[in-house]
Structure formats: C-alpha cells, structure tokens
Write a protein that binds this ligand. Sequence first.
Ligand code: TXA
Ligand code: MG
Length: 315
Amino acid sequence: MSQITTRTLAPDAAGLTEAADLLHAGALVAFPTETVYGLGADARQDHAVARIYEAKGRPSFNPLIVHFADLDRLRQVVDWTDAAQKIADAFWPGPLTLVLPVKPDSGISKLVTAGLDTLAVRMPASEVARSLLRRFDGPVAAPSANRSGQISPTRAAHVLSGLDGRIDAVMDGGPCPVGLESTILGLTGVPTLLRPGGITLDQIAKALEAPVAERKGTEAISAPGQIRSHYAPRARVRLNAAEWEPGEATLGFGPMPCDLNLSASEDLTEAAANLFEYLHRLDATGARTIAVSPIPHVGLGIAINDRLSRAAAER
Ligand code: TXA
Ligand code: MG
C-alpha cells in the first residue's frame, strides 16, 4: 500500500474535532481506550472498514468490535436481552465486549462482521475514547492498533512503530491503564467467555447470577484472539522460567533480579498494565529470547497467561 503521512493529535478540543472529522471522511484514526489503543474507522463505511484490514494486514475473516459512547445507540444495532442489560449495568463503560445477534437494518458494514450474523459491541471507559465517540456521534469499528499477529499497543509510540505511514492519525492519550484487551462474552446462546481480559469470569458469573461457559479449544475459531500464535514479539518467548539463561531478556514477576519486572509486589493489575509495554521494550533490545517468570493463574493472571501463551506459540 502507498505511504501516507500519519499525524499525531492531542486529546484536546481541537484534536478531538479533527479526529471526528477524519473518521467522517472515511479515514483511519488510532485512539486510546482503557484497554489498548484501537484503530478506528466509521463502522458504516465499507471503504473505511476495508482500510483497517489493509493497514493491519488482518485476515478478512476476523471480525471487528464496534465502539459506542451511549447505550441507546448501541442497542439500535443488536438484539438486546436481559442478560446483556445485567452486564451493561455491571461493567459499562468498561473493558468488556458483548457478542449479540446483529439487527438486519443495523447500518453496520458487512466487512465489520466478516459475514457473521453476530456483532461484537463495547462501550469503553476511557475519557478520551468517550469524548471522541461523542464528538463523532456514530459507531466506530476498532481492532487493536497493531499489525496483525504482533504485540498489542498500549502507547501511541507502539501504534506508530507498527502503523506509521499506513494510517491517517493517532491520538496520543498516554498509556492505557488496563493494558490487556477487553474480555469478550458471547450472549447468543449460553453465556460463553470467548476471550479472557480485563473483567474476570467470576465477576461476570456474579453479575449474571448464572454460570458462564468457557470456549473449548476444539471449536471453530469465532474470536481470532483465539488464533494460537498472536501478540507475538520478534524474539522467541520462554514461559514459566524458574531461572534465567545467559543472553536472555528477562521479564520477572515478584521480587527478583530481572531486566524488567511486571510487578515486584506481585500485583496482577500492575502486571497487566505493564505486559505489552515491557514485551515491546525487551523485543527492542534485539535479544533472541524473552524469558518470563510464572504468573499465578488466578483473576487477571488468566488473561495475562492467555496473551503470554499466544506470544510463545509456534509460528
Ligand atoms: O479491548 C479491546 O477489545 C480492543 C480495544 C481497541 O477496544 N479491541 C480489540 O480488538 O482487542 P481486536 O480486533 O484486536 O480483537 C477483537 C476480537 C477478535 O478476536 C475478534 O475475532 C473478536 O473480537 N470478535 C469480533 N467480532 C466477533 C463476533 N461477532 N463473534 C465472535 N468474536 C468476535
Ligand atoms: Mg488484537
């Protein structure tokens, strides 16, 4: 694809207006959310959505999440249910995505759903994201703003390292506080966790007052965050390292000597917020291997281990 100039916008009134105008014009604008940076386009414009796939090098069977600032608008494009309302009351705005049947007259581009009869929708909590969505006043399709298969971006600089020259603008809103992509919950049948993330399975089950199924690895891929090799740095990733080997870049957890520590105090929220930034940094050292300490498999640790196992998967 031909190179374009990627502008950096400030999250102030002028920057937000500029970003909203660009989206209306069918341009691609990366913006911060509380989870990771998203690569936004007007979800109603086929051409704009097609550009997302092109800029990311994303397989076109991988559908996109549509972002909204308010619930009324969101409910106009999907079949709403009592369970969806419970989830919205408990977690929105926030780091959770719902998959629901899409209405036939939703106006959402077919390229967004990649041919499925369901749509992933979310209402982000980030103030910058909400301001942009309000100013744009329409649905914004946004995958994570990285090249397909690479590490997700939690800083504007990460967005530029993958997409400079391929997108129209990035709004720099600083680091993303959660640092892991949203939890994806399927509500088209039995409530099913499709991707672990910032909201845990236990929190969801409590809000629904019902058990939540976990997607089994043997089913057809319905959320390509489920593709095994994903979130991958250039370096090989060695998990559950009990000790460090010579020459490795080392990513610790808990009190220990290491190059970077996800959380010296073993705080999983802090570890999640640091994960992608530290993988970016250790990869930039040029080391052939990044070794990572074991992370406890509880709460947010489940989502962290999900991303790490994909970063480490055979490619
Ligand atoms: O936190 C997030 O969710 C970020 C920010 C930008 O909102 N977005 C994000 O988008 O992580 P992306 O495209 O990197 O991941 C979206 C995931 C993909 O794995 C996709 O397959 C899945 O959502 N997905 C989208 N629509 C779906 C659908 N109708 N059914 C099942 N999975 C779907
Ligand atoms: Mg992604």
